[in-house]
Design a protein around this ligand. Structure first.
Ligand SMILES: [Zn+2]
Length: 162
């Protein structure tokens, strides 16, 4: 299965895709466009507080590429804040990768979907906390069915394909 070489892995799809400053009429409103992978870059670096190396790894891209996406994203957000512009989140070149989690208590493995609330995920089987991400296995085995443009992969049986 081929996929575009520049596709970035994204573990989170934004729920809100349009941000508008209050008190500015639409006809006078300028907007900046953020791509989904730019939001992911901000999330990993500035919200999760990961090192750039780790961020790049999570998105499956080189560090310079991550740096470029992050700088672009920060510039756009700052521009919106300073000049009172709206922010539209859309498009980009990415594939959504559901984050797989493993429960150390009952050994259940499941994956988070874009609609799931942020924060710590509870085990669907025993409602236990302390689940650990198991994304490392992506490096070992290429997952089938991944597509670009935000089509999420609901692959609950990773070993069944390819
Ligand atoms: Zn459990």
């Amino acid at each position: 299965m081929g996929r575009p070489p520049k596709c970035r892995r994204v573990e989170f799809l934004p729920h809100c895709t349009y941000f508008k400053p209050a008190g500015i009429p639409l006809w006078n409103l300028a907007e900046v466009g953020l791509t989904v992978e730019e939001v992911e870059a901000l999330r990993l670096k500035d919200l999760e507080g990961l090192e750039q190396e780790k961020c790049a790894e999570r998105m499956g891209i080189s560090r310079p590429t991550f740096q470029r996406i992050l700088t672009s994203a920060r510039g756009k957000v700052t521009e919106a804040l300073v000049h009172g512009k709206a922010i539209r989140v859309e498009g980009g070149n990415f594939e959504f990768v559901a984050r797989r989690l493993h429960c150390p208590r009952c050994e259940t493995e499941w994956q988070r979907l874009p609609g799931d609330p942020a924060g710590e995920a509870l085990c669907p089987t025993c409602s236990g906390t302390g689940s650990q991400p198991v994304n490392d296995r992506c490096n070992r085995k290429k997952r089938g069915g991944a597509r670009c443009r935000g089509k999420q992969t609901r692959n609950t049986k990773p070993d069944a394909e390819e």
